[in-house]
Design a protein around this ligand. Structure first.
Ligand code: NOJ
Length: 556
């Protein structure tokens, strides 16, 4: 049986995702800064957070908010300087909050010096650093692949008289990992950051780095006659060889972790990707987010899902990381709508939903990843028109909906429900100007209307708030070994209201029961026989029954 003392630091801690543009602004400019993260380290430590994943803050034209990197060795001036970053890493390490950098290695910005060279000719030193192909005889793109953000995955380069591949936006050309010089350059960048003392890396869009040997058209999967690039290129055999090379050159011998973002890897493939045999310490796979919302890449249609669908895929991920590797638990990130909307199909208070799902997040087996604002119980924002959105993907989803024959109202409703911007509105620190996020007159993204109630200051003072609940559960994890190291056994797997499981440790056990519905629910009181209530969202609880959206943790 696993013991807490045998686990690595990153398995025992809570990780927290920071979208730096929206975290805290120390420059009165309307968008967040690196110094703003340093200023809030004590807040993060108060949540039991030991690792902060910061989405890209490198020099970038910000077409995709930093996921289009111009220079991996510079901080974008809008966030501050490298000295600010060095200070954050150093102060964070002092306080036990390690910085996790986001490596965007499937593609660069078109402004990256490598691409600027590559585009000039077919025979310069960087000519083969990207994926270039000739046009078809009629001048059209080499294949009918549709990029993830919509439109063709190929863009024409006048200078070179060739097309280049972009899995995401045209401003994000894909790197050619077949070229050993590219791989060497990326490894050097990762080591540059590892040498600065960061605690790990989140590696972006990793399933797309290997392209198939032959580039061929796929069957049209939409009205536009195109075929999703994801289906054509994700998880191409041979990809793991690249990643083993990367792991050996960057991860081995260091006390850091690698978490890959791996859309396209199924829960039952986890064994090849993580742990002893694998290439990462943890892998963000999306079987559970897909179970509740996304039907396809380009336009998210609400689907009818049941709690048992969600529980089934989560149980699979738990099983597949039980003896090998480790699971990163997440219900939100900067690409997902807020979980209080995404993971519930019932009425009821947003705060109660945040606490019930937060209980699951902080007690499943694995390292919880909290998205900034999730601990406050954010809901989606109400977006009144397309103009209010910033995200390029949301805009293209809106356009795509119209080409599929939806009305403007339907397209806007879809964006409200699914837009990535829901996760990107600024942090709400207090009920003052701009929710305490910025002293500027305007902010880069609107502040949520609910900031007078939903903010760190107000929730810290309220023992029943989602924030207080997160702090309580973080303290419970620190005390109870089984919640960190214990095994996972699902209970009541067929129940459509209650998510229940048992964590068995060496000398102690816990049973978690979360009613994720807005109706009262019953369970067999024998499940918690001989145990005492450790924490409950609604105060005292009665064994055998749960109030709507009530969550409890019992322990022996
Ligand atoms: C995944 C990132 O999480 C997302 O925000 C980004 O747009 C794409 N990869 C492209 O880098």
């Amino acid at each position: 049986m696993t013991k807490r003392q045998d686990l690595a630091w990153w398995q025992k801690t809570i990780a927290y995702e920071i979208y730096p543009k929206s975290f805290y602004d120390t420059a009165a400019q309307g968008s967040g800064t690196i110094a703003g993260i340093t200023a809030k380290l004590d807040y993060l430590a108060s949540l039991g957070v030991g690792a902060i994943w910061i989405t890209p803050c490198y020099k970038s034209p910000m077409v995709d908010n930093g996921y289009d990197v111009q220079d991996y060795r510079q901080i974008d001036p809008s966030f501050g300087t490298m000295a600010d970053m060095d200070e954050l890493i150093a102060k964070g390490n002092e306080k036990g909050v390690r910085v996790v950098m986001d490596l965007v290695f499937n593609h660069t910005s078109e402004q990256c010096a490598w691409f600027q060279e590559s585009r000039k000719s077919r025979d310069n030193d960087y000519a083969d650093w990207y994926i270039w192909r000739d046009a078809r005889p009629d001048g059209s793109a080499p294949t009918n692949w549709r990029s993830i953000f919509g439109g063709s995955a190929w863009a024409w380069c006048e200078e070179r008289q060739q097309y280049y591949l972009h899995t995401f936006a045209p401003q994000q050309p894909d790197l050619n990992w077949e070229n050993p010089d590219v791989r060497r350059a990326l490894i050097d960048i990762a080591n540059f950051w590892a040498d600065k003392g960061v605690g790990g890396f989140r590696i972006d869009a990793i399933t797309y780095i290997k392209k198939p040997a032959e580039f061929v058209d796929g069957p049209a999967d939409g009205e536009d006659g195109m075929y999703a690039v994801h289906a054509a290129t994700a998880n191409t055999p041979g990809i793991l060889d690249f990643l083993h090379e990367f792991k050996a050159a960057v991860r081995d011998g260091r006390d850091i972790f690698l978490v890959g973002e791996a859309n396209g890897v199924a829960a039952d493939e986890l064994g090849d990707w993580v742990g002893e045999r694998g290439v990462f310490d943890m892998l963000f796979e999306f079987s559970h987010t897909k179970a509740v919302s996304c039907e396809d890449e380009v336009w998210c249609r609400p689907i009818q899902w049941k709690l048992t669908d969600l529980k089934r895929v989560l149980a699979e991920s738990q099983a597949n990381t039980a003896d090998n590797g480790w699971y990163p638990i997440f219900f939100e990130n900067h690409d997902q709508p807020r979980s209080t909307v995404n993971f519930f199909r019932c009425e009821g208070s947003t705060a109660d939903k945040a606490k019930a799902l937060g209980t699951v997040l902080l007690t499943l087996r694995g390292t919880p990843f909290v998205m900034q604002g999730q601990e406050l119980g954010y809901a989606n924002r109400v977006w009144k028109s397309l103009d209010e959105f910033d995200d390029l993907q949301t805009r293209s989803q809106y356009e795509f909906a119209l080409t599929e024959g939806r009305t403007e109202a339907e397209a806007l409703a879809g964006c409200n429900r699914f837009s990535r911007d829901n996760a990107r509105t600024p942090m709400q620190w207090n009920d003052g100007k701009n929710a305490g996020f910025s002293e500027a007159d305007t902010t880069w993204m609107p502040i949520h209307d609910n900031y007078a109630q939903i903010n760190v200051e107000a929730e810290s003072a309220d023992p029943n708030s989602p924030l207080s609940w997160y702090r309580r559960l973080a303290a419970l994890r620190a005390e109870r070994d089984e919640l960190v190291a214990g095994s996972f056994e699902e209970l009541m797997a067929e129940d459509e209201q209650v998510y229940a499981f048992r964590r068995q440790g060496e000398g102690s056990a816990a049973v978690v029961l979360a009613n994720l519905s807005d109706e009262p629910a019953a369970y067999d009181a024998a499940l918690v026989a001989g145990m005492k209530l450790l924490v409950g969202t609604h105060g005292e609880a009665e064994a055998g029954s749960l109030r709507p959206l009530e969550a409890v943790v019992y322990g022996s």
